[in-house]
Structure formats: C-alpha cells, structure tokens
Design a protein around this ligand. Structure first.
Ligand code: DC
Length: 229
C-alpha cells in the first residue's frame, strides 16, 4: 500500500486531533497538529509583549517571526509534544488564553505563510496525518484523503469545558460556549484561508458518535482510500 496524505480539518474541539493521532499510530504515519503551531506562535507573542487583550504588535511580530522555531518531539511514552525555541511548551499552549491568541494570530497572512511553508515541507514524504483548518484546501489540496469534522457547538463546548476543568481552569460552561462560538466565527470568516470544507472532503459529524464509532469510521475510510493508491 502506498503512503498517502490524510488531511483532517474542522471546527475547534471536535476531536480532530484525538482521531488523527490514533489513525497515525495505527497506520504507522506521522501525526502533525498544525493548531499547536499557531498556539506556539501565540505563546511566543504573549511572552514577548507582542499581544495584549485587544492588540497584536504586527510590526514586532513580523520582525521576530523568523526567531520562532517550532518542533515536534516524541517523549519517553511515545507522545508527540510541541517545543518552542528549545523548550517543551506542550502544556502551556493548551490554555484557553493561548487558544484564543492562536485564533487571533492565525488571521495574519504572514503568520500563515510562515507556518504553511513548514507544513508543506513536513508532508513531502507522504505518510502523514495532518489536522487543522486549511489542510485540505491550502496546505495539501492534493491530499488523497480529506475529512471535514464537525459537531454541534454545545457538544464541542462541553468537551472543551470538561478538558479545561480537568486541568484546573475555573471557567463556567457559558464562558467556554461563548469562546467556542467566537472562535468558530473568527475561523470561518477571516480573510486568509478561512475554515471551509474542501469540495472533495468527506464530512464527519460526530455530535452523537462515541470515540469508538468514530475510529471505526475513520479506519474503514482510510483503508478504503489507501488500498486504491
Ligand atoms: O486546533 P486548535 O484549536 O489547536 O487551533 C488553534 C487555532 O489555530 C484555531 O482557532 C485556528 C487556528 N488554526 C488555523 O487557523 N489553521 C490551522 N491549520 C490550524 C489552526
């Protein structure tokens, strides 16, 4: 079976990364979480005074963008973690603040160009599962398998709320739902590479699916596609 590119796009907190990670592990493919790259840029901005609640220092970020080195390294348990300029930032990038910051920096064309070039290079050898918002439309429009994942906002907000509470963040469900809807709006309506379904993508609405049902669907879809390539 030839190796293919699997592009998984969709809304925030719809379980894309969990399913992408599991598929990559089963198929012996490399998993790439492009959201983590936008989150790392946001963390860099927050730490270096380039982003406040209402403003991004665009000139400052342009000047420093080439200093941002993002890597994915595998830890002792085989889990991929995000490193920013030589520091493991996997847990720091998973907060609501950094997620909102990532959504804001992802609107900037030069940030997208900077990250998309790296994402394209990572997929040259194929054998990757990449998840994000623009993978099937911009990064790999030629991907052999494209999946667009969606779920109702309330379902996604509940998943994110449970995750954040488990990590000790003290937020109300309404705050998380409002942030989910705000992020959806920004992701879908930005001028640069907005979140949209590629015409040849398969849609997966997992609002009422269990993780096991979802994995079974993905496995079947992947094997069906990869065996023809
Ligand atoms: O998937 P995530 O929640 O970790 O992504 C964080 C933000 O990054 C999200 O609000 C949109 C942005 N993003 C993007 O614009 N393009 C991608 N390929 C991945 C993420």
């Amino acid at each position: 079976m030839n190796k293919i590119i699997v592009a998984i796009d969709g809304y925030s907190s719809c379980g894309k990364s969990t399913m992408a990670k599991q598929l990559a592990a089963r198929a012996g493919y490399t998993y790439i979480d492009t959201g983590a790259m936008y989150r790392a840029v946001a963390l860099y901005c927050l730490r270096n005074g380039l982003m406040t609640a209402d403003k991004i220092d665009i000139d400052g970020l342009k000047q420093h963008i080439a200093d941002i080195k993002i890597e994915f390294r595998t830890n002792a348990e085989g889990k991929t973690e995000t490193w920013l300029n030589g520091e493991n930032v996997e847990s720091q990038i998973r907060t609501l603040e950094v997620g909102t910051g990532a959504s804001r920096v992802s609107e900037l064309k030069f940030v997208r160009e900077f990250l998309v070039a790296q994402q394209k290079a990572m997929g040259k050898q194929k054998g990757i599962v990449m998840d994000g918002r623009d993978i099937g439309t911009v990064v790999f429009p030629e991907a052999e398998l494209k999946i667009f994942v969606t779920a109702r906002p309330e379902v996604r907000a509940k998943r994110r709320y449970d995750e954040l509470r488990a990590k000790g963040e003290t937020l109300s469900f309404d705050e998380v739902l409002a942030s989910t809807i705000e992020r959806d709006n920004r992701d879908q309506n930005r001028a640069e590479s907005p979140l949209k379904q590629a015409p040849d993508a398969l849609v997966l609405d997992n609002s009422t699916m269990t993780p096991a049902e979802q994995n079974e669907w993905l496995e079947k879809t992947f094997v069906g596609k990869a065996s023809k390539c």
